[in-house]
Design a protein around this ligand. Structure first.
Ligand SMILES: Nc1ncnc2c1ncn2[C@@H]1O[C@H](COP(=O)(O)OP(=O)(O)OP(=O)(O)O)[C@@H](O)[C@H]1O
Ligand SMILES: [Mg+2]
Length: 444
């Protein structure tokens, strides 16, 4: 039996192999990618191949096929949404489980190149899939079903922030009470954990390391489940995707009609229809504008709008299937703003000409309401643990979004800059899921 941990992320996924001797190895699961250990959680239905491809290949085939096939992203966010039952792709219906199973099959094939033994899989799950408690079980069952469709049968789940905590713990030689904060694409998750309790500490200080255990993890025996060490967990569906939506709403919708007026059939001047602009906030919703009625509405708007070029740009965005690339440009700008005070968001396709400067300060102001919700969630978790910020020895920040300076600033101000710790932002959860595979998942 070989044990693996799989972090199926909203944006990125990673796989860790837990060897019997306690070593954790991150597996290459996207060979053509710049970092083969991180698979973009993207699905593309290739017209040529009449099937789905994932990760880096999804992007290259999408381009090669002139963006005419179907690209999907952030499918994890639909797990708790029972209105998403099935979607029509090319010539058949796919349930959400069918779609997620494509990713799991890819992972199963990658594992098959490494071992022919039976496989046990620990799958990560967010602290909460949704704010509707009654949907939690449904969401996890859908994830399980997707894995089963890909021939994983020995399946356990572990909370993603707890997994991140275990990865951080592997670097410790002394006990700590830590706040673990995982800022991903779909959710921001927290846990307060006691780490390095006597049975989990590294045997020797010489093994202390700042980086996660890549090839030479600590020699862990199989300790008991850690329920008593988990003081509280919680999460909120506000993270990187919400920040991208803010950039779209606040900076880019004017290129597609926001702020303009049009003349109604009755001769009144009306503001541009907000229901059209609302669809732009999440790129995968832009496809909903492809219906016949919307097309006709856009054609009418073009002839009466105070800015016909903006309507033409919106038509081009929808008809050309460019939303995916526009959001790539937004992601790029977000990353640049983590390293510099200012970035220019550029996007030129067809009649769409975007050249939009954005400062870090502006961006931080835009996302202030989101940060407020995230902070409230963190505060609730801390209170559930009956702890104040002074009781926290370390704050472990992980997830792609944790690279944003404002996140670090907020936590430094509350807990002290010297308490902030991090490892590889995109793979610490997978490493912790691998460590879980050697132990037992925590049942909360
Ligand atoms: N340098 C950066 N600065 C700001 N944001 C970034 C940076 N790099 C990546 N991101 C954002 O991080 C998010 C992806 O992070 P991550 O891979 O941890 O998420 P995930 O694990 O797939 O999502 P989740 O855990 O919510 O399911 C994306 O929203 C991406 O835009
Ligand atoms: Mg994640």
């Amino acid at each position: 039996m070989q044990r693996f941990g799989f972090d199926f992320g909203t944006t990125n996924s990673s796989l860790a192999w837990a060897r019997a001797d306690g070593q954790i190895t991150l597996c290459p699961i996207d060979l053509p990618a710049l970092n083969p250990q991180v698979l973009r959680s993207l699905l593309y239905f290739s017209i040529e191949q009449r099937g789905f491809v994932v990760g880096h290949r999804a992007i290259s085939e999408y381009l090669a096929e002139d963006m005419q096939g179907r690209m999907m992203q952030s499918i994890k966010t639909f797990l708790a949404d029972d209105s998403f039952e099935q979607t029509w792709v090319y010539d058949r219906y796919f349930t959400l489980e069918d779609l997620i199973a494509v990713v799991f099959r890819h992972v199963r094939a990658a594992i098959a190149t490494m071992t022919s033994d039976d496989v046990a899989l620990v799958i990560g799950r967010p602290a909460v899939f949704t704010d509707r408690r009654d949907k939690e079980e449904t969401a996890q069952n859908r994830l399980r079903r997707a894995a089963q469709l890909a021939n994983f049968f020995d399946i356990e789940f572990q909370y993603e922030p707890i997994a991140a905590g275990l990865s951080y713990e592997a670097s410790l030689t002394q006990p700590e009470t830590a706040l673990i904060a995982d800022f991903g694409g779909g959710t921001s998750d927290f846990t307060v954990m006691r780490l390095g309790t006597c049975r989990t500490l590294l045997p020797a200080a010489s093994q202390r390391r700042a980086e996660p255990p890549k090839g030479h993890g600590p020699n862990l025996r199989r300790p008991q489940a850690r329920r008593e060490d988990i003081l509280a967990t919680g999460g909120v569906q506000v993270a990187g995707d919400s920040f991208s939506a803010r950039i779209m709403e606040e900076k880019l919708t004017p290129y597609f009609g926001a702020g303009t007026t049009y003349r109604s059939i009755q001769g009144q001047d009306l503001t541009f229809p907000s229901q059209l602009l609302a669809k732009l906030a999440r790129w995968h919703h832009v496809a909903f504008l492809r219906g016949r009625e919307t097309r006709e509405l856009l054609r009418r708007l073009r002839s009466t709008c105070s800015d016909p070029h903006a309507v033409a740009a919106l038509e081009a965005l929808v008809e050309g299937n460019y939303a995916f690339y526009l959001f790539q440009a937004i992601e790029q700008a977000k990353s640049e703003l983590s390293a510099a005070e200012e970035a220019v968001l550029r996007f030129h396709r067809d009649v769409i000409d975007i050249e939009e400067p954005i400062t870090r300060r502006e961006f931080e102001q835009m996302i202030a309401p989101d940060l407020e919700r995230i902070w409230q969630c963190m505060d609730t978790v801390l209170r559930k643990a009956h702890l104040g910020s002074e009781d926290i020895d370390a704050v472990f920040l992980t997830g792609g979004t944790a690279q944003m300076p404002i996140i670090r600033r907020l936590f430094a101000a509350e807990f002290g800059a010297d308490k902030l710790k991090s490892q590889d932002y995109l793979t610490s959860v997978a490493v912790g899921l691998g460590l879980t595979a050697l132990r037992q998942p925590v049942q909360l």
